[in-house]
Design a protein around this ligand. Structure first.
Ligand code: AMP
Ligand code: ZN
Length: 117
């Protein structure tokens, strides 16, 4: 069923507490934790508890949770003292997506590359 945990999904396992993560913020429907391979001084992933393969699928099925992901990312940025930051949703392997559970990358704490690719 849409949104149900997937036994082979790394981020579902983090939500379930089966794999440890450095959690920085949680809500009833989202979880924010530090990326294991940070690309900037602040690199946090914000994910829905529910499993959807990417952000667009999440937004189509659960628009309120998709909005909450953005609001939570903004709260993490505020807590990290960031006014300037970047949010990235990689979608598809060709765009660099490696974990097929919707997530937004929050990157900040350094001068970010000005181009998009
Ligand atoms: P993406 O490439 O957009 O699918 O992003 C997946 C991100 O998950 C990558 O930046 C990885 O470094 C990160 N990642 C993979 N495994 C873990 C983990 N166990 N804990 C935290 N972040 C992870
Ligand atoms: Zn999942």
């Amino acid at each position: 069923m849409a949104g149900e945990p997937q036994s082979d999904c790394l981020f579902c396992k983090i939500v379930a507490g089966e794999i440890p993560a450095t959690v920085v913020r949680k809500s009833a429907r989202t979880l924010a934790f530090r990326d294991i391979n940070p690309q900037a001084p602040t690199h946090v992933l914000v994910i829905p508890h529910a499993h959807y393969p990417n952000a667009a699928a999440l937004a189509a099925a659960e628009p309120a949770i998709a909005g909450e992901l953005l609001a939570e990312a903004g709260e993490v940025a505020r807590e990290e003292g960031l006014t300037d930051y970047r949010l990235i949703f990689n979608t598809g392997a060709g765009a660099g997506q490696t974990v097929f559970h919707a997530h937004v990358h929050l990157l900040g704490g350094t001068k970010l590359h000005e181009g998009l690719v």
